[in-house]
Design a binder for this molecule. Structure first.
Ligand code: MN
Length: 248
């Protein structure tokens, strides 16, 4: 199984989460929210080949951390993965959109110069702006839109642009989320927990919960859990191959 967007470093006991992932043999993309967090988070998964640590600058804090963009550039060649990055246009953060945009463009430019990355991208209430910006950097890499919740029109545009999607527990539970997932190409879907920011049964979601998401996807697609898992694993192998990440 896979979890393509999990904030391992933000759980109360990250080491325990790493052990859990290791025992369950789950492939996890461990995303970070600031360049400063990358090295320590990467150390958490030392000797755990199924966990990859992405270099990120979360749009909700980008305006406070523009001074870490230099560190982002210095770390870029350490990983194939960038995330969590993107734009957030919700009322609390839209005031900072110019700074978010400055950070996001910088990150996409650096990713382009580095030869392309696999990016986990946040687009909440800024779907149009995210796609416009991605369009300016066609060689930045492969975009995986995480928890895409935007209008269908923007979803169709994202599909046409070649974006991938990571689908999590919250999406699969909401009516809007389900209708969006129905439109997404099956061969460009990955799973995500977005833990610890998403709750399942009053506790933070974990990579081990991806089984539940696979079951819900099965109901939506009229497929068995095993068939869904097969599709997800095939997709994962495909994205690793086109992203030149040799997996074990
Ligand atoms: Mn997240």
């Amino acid at each position: 199984m896979i979890d393509f967007h999990c904030h391992i470093d933000l759980y109360p006991d990250p080491k325990k989460v790493v052990e859990l992932i290791d025992e369950a043999k789950i492939y996890v993309l461990s995303v970070t929210t600031t360049p400063k967090a990358w090295s320590k988070t990467n150390l958490l998964s030392k000797g755990k080949p199924r966990i990859r640590t992405a270099l990120g600058l979360h749009p909700q804090i980008a305006h406070e951390r523009l001074n870490e963009l230099g560190l982002f550039d210095r770390l870029i060649n350490e990983t194939k993965y960038v995330g969590e990055v993107g734009l957030d246009g919700t009322s609390e953060y839209k005031f900072h959109l110019p700074a978010q945009l400055q950070a996001f463009k910088h990150i996409l430019r650096t990713s382009t110069h580095a030869g392309g990355k696999i990016l986990s991208v946040h687009s909440r209430k800024a779907e149009n702006e995210v796609l416009d910006t991605l369009g300016l950097f066609p060689d930045a890499g492969i975009t995986v839109l995480h928890w895409f919740s935007g209008p269908q029109k923007q979803l169709k545009r994202a599909i046409d642009m070649g974006c991938w999607f990571s689908v999590g527990p919250a999406m699969i539970r909401s009516m809007n989320g389900k209708s969006l997932v129905q439109i997404m190409p099956k061969d460009r879907i990955l799973l995500e927990s977005d833990g610890p920011f998403v709750n399942i049964s009053n506790r933070p979601a974990l990579p081990t919960d991806m089984e539940l998401v696979a079951r819900e996807l099965g109901l939506l697609w009229s497929l068995s859990v095993n068939e869904v898992k097969q599709i997800i694993m095939n997709n994962f192998n495909t994205i690793c191959k086109i992203g030149h990440d040799e997996r074990h």
